[in-house]
Design a binder for this molecule. Structure first.
Ligand code: SAM
Length: 261
């Protein structure tokens, strides 16, 4: 295959390491009859082997120039359903059926991976699992535990919805062109039932955002706009802690105590 034109603005780093590709496909373990959706198929490094295994695949690609060669590469491999679209605006609920949750996969464009993950969280109940190649640092943040430097808004919002399972690291040499950073593959499994349910999700989300907008401040200071002194007295969390010291359920509890209905 010819070296492709690479569009930096679309975060294009194409996988070419066959062993890594095989390992990712093994981790995904696609089965015929499952509904898989790939974000950013590019030249088809993952698309082709997956299509071969299960015979049908939805893909979402923003770069229209990549679509005709992808279609011809996949023509004899199965039913490829191409959505020429921006995954950040894509309505994943449109693809999901009640008895057929989606399995979402992708070697994601790193420049939009965080907003894309937040976008996908809206559809958590339509998704069975997700397998993504991400910047290693992003996977570390997704999986981070309270009290660590990596722990923040991304960790909390992801862990509220999903079990986070880091799988393995991938070196820049596996891609063309090689990215500047190490990568990691992660499995995200949305909980069927959320154990600590936020009664007002918007409020919970705002609370976490505000808390981490001033990471070095105590909760009492950073949440001044949302929680006054009288309210702190009714909340069973120490307001002198810093945001990274609270668990996901602590944020849920604070939000629920302020939204008692
Ligand atoms: N899956 C291929 C692989 O592993 O070689 C390509 C991965 S490359 C890191 C990211 C892919 O996502 C590219 O094909 C790029 O054009 C596409 N992409 C970038 N931004 C996108 C967006 N907002 N929506 C959908 N696809 C996007």
């Amino acid at each position: 295959m010819h070296a492709p034109i690479v569009r930096k603005r679309f975060g294009q780093h194409f996988l070419h390491d066959k062993q890594i590709i095989q390992r990712i496909v093994e981790m995904i373990a696609p089965q015929p009859g499952q509904h898989l959706v790939e974000i950013g198929p590019g030249q088809g490094a993952l698309t082709v082997p997956i299509l071969r295994k299960i015979g049908q695949l939805d893909v979402i690609e923003i770069d229209r120039d990549l679509i005709p060669p992808l279609k011809s590469r996949c023509a004899d491999k199965g039913n490829l359903i191409v959505h020429e679209a921006d995954a950040l605006e894509f309505d994943f609920a449109e693809l999901a059926e009640p008895d057929q949750p989606l399995r979402v996969i992708g070697n994601l464009p790193y420049n939009i991976s965080t907003p894309l993950i937040f976008h996908l969280l809206h559809y958590a109940h339509d998704i069975l699992d997700m397998h993504f190649m991400l910047q290693k640092e992003v996977v570390e943040r997704l999986a981070a535990q309270p009290g660590t430097e990596d722990y923040g808004r991304l960790s909390i919002m992801m862990q509220y919805h999903c079990q986070v399972i880091p799988l393995f690291n991938v070196s820049p040499a596996a891609f063309y062109p090689p990215p500047q950073v190490e990568s990691s593959v992660v499995r995200l499994i949305p909980y069927q039932e959320i154990s600590h349910f936020a009664r007002d999700y918007k409020h919970f989300s705002l609370l976490v955002r505000e808390a981490f907008s001033h990471r070095r401040k105590t909760l009492r200071n950073s949440l001044k706009e949302l929680i006054d002194d009288a309210e702190w007295k009714t909340i069973a969390v120490d307001s002198h802690l810093r945001p990274e010291q609270l668990r996901v359920e602590d944020y849920v509890n604070i939000s629920n105590q302020l939204n008692p209905k």
